[in-house]
Design a binder for this molecule. Sequence first.
Ligand code: BDR
Ligand code: CA
Length: 319
Amino acid sequence: SVPVILDCDPGHDDVFALWLAAGHPAIDLLAVTTVGGNVPIEHTSRNARVALSVAGVVGVPVAAGAAGPLVRELQTAEWIHGENGLGGPELPDPDRPDPVTGRTPVPLDPRRATDLMADTLVAASASVAIVATGPLTNVALLLRERPDLVPRIREVVWMGGSTDRGNATPYAEFNALVDPEALDAVLGSGIRFTMVGLNVTHRALVTPAVRARLAALGTRTAAFGDELLEFFCRTNDEVFGMPDGPLHDPVAVAVLADPGALEVVRTRLDVELAGTETVGATSVDLDGMLSREPNAFVAVGLDVDRFWAGVAEAIERLA
Ligand code: BDR
Ligand code: CA
């Protein structure tokens, strides 16, 4: 199985990314780090712990990272995820024993996210993949602080960007818009990089059939997930007119859990840092117009049924 550090900003879809990583047999989830994104860092850090705790995952350390982007002000997305980042279900207190299992959730690790990442990379017997499902701030900081560890990073897989239009501005996807300088830094590092953008995550739609399939698992995790999806589909309907909300983040995990579920191409990927209207837009040179060296893999296709089968399989293995 692939050793993974998951860097996230939960966020409804980040929770499903955590569950896919924790429950899928092809992934060995070593550590979780959080970043300010959908909501401020205090919320994303609590939410990551809650997500793991509800699913009965207790052995994975969680550490909080950057509160905001490298150089810009943090922009958040409460209109999709609610004030606490996980609108919908009542959230258990992550500092008390779980009312169902009696087990105490994993405490917030005292290390900074980049220190937990570094320690995890050093301790691992093989190179480790980083999956990022929020702004890339923590990953960029890790590369800045510990360039010596680059050879230990197998690859970075990121949910963000798009080969076409955006969802936060007409041309920018949210995670790219929040910290485009971090994306630029990670792209410049030479580490193998895969972008999983809106062009594929908009195929991972939470249809009524998908909801029914997951709810039918009948577990506590599935029930909590269904309450999350109820809220997420409602806000996506209100904001984007998409009642079958796109569950973006687990698609990035699927690149490692089940590579055959995605089609990726090697191409040139750049991010707009200076545009007056287009900052955060990802420029993906699918037609080779720029004659620049390819620097990334970009997802262009998703086997939707196979993706949901993997998500269901993972959730079924959790509590
Ligand atoms: C991305 O932005 C966040 O709101 C989601 O969690 C996802 O990572 C989609 O644009
Ligand atoms: Ca996210």
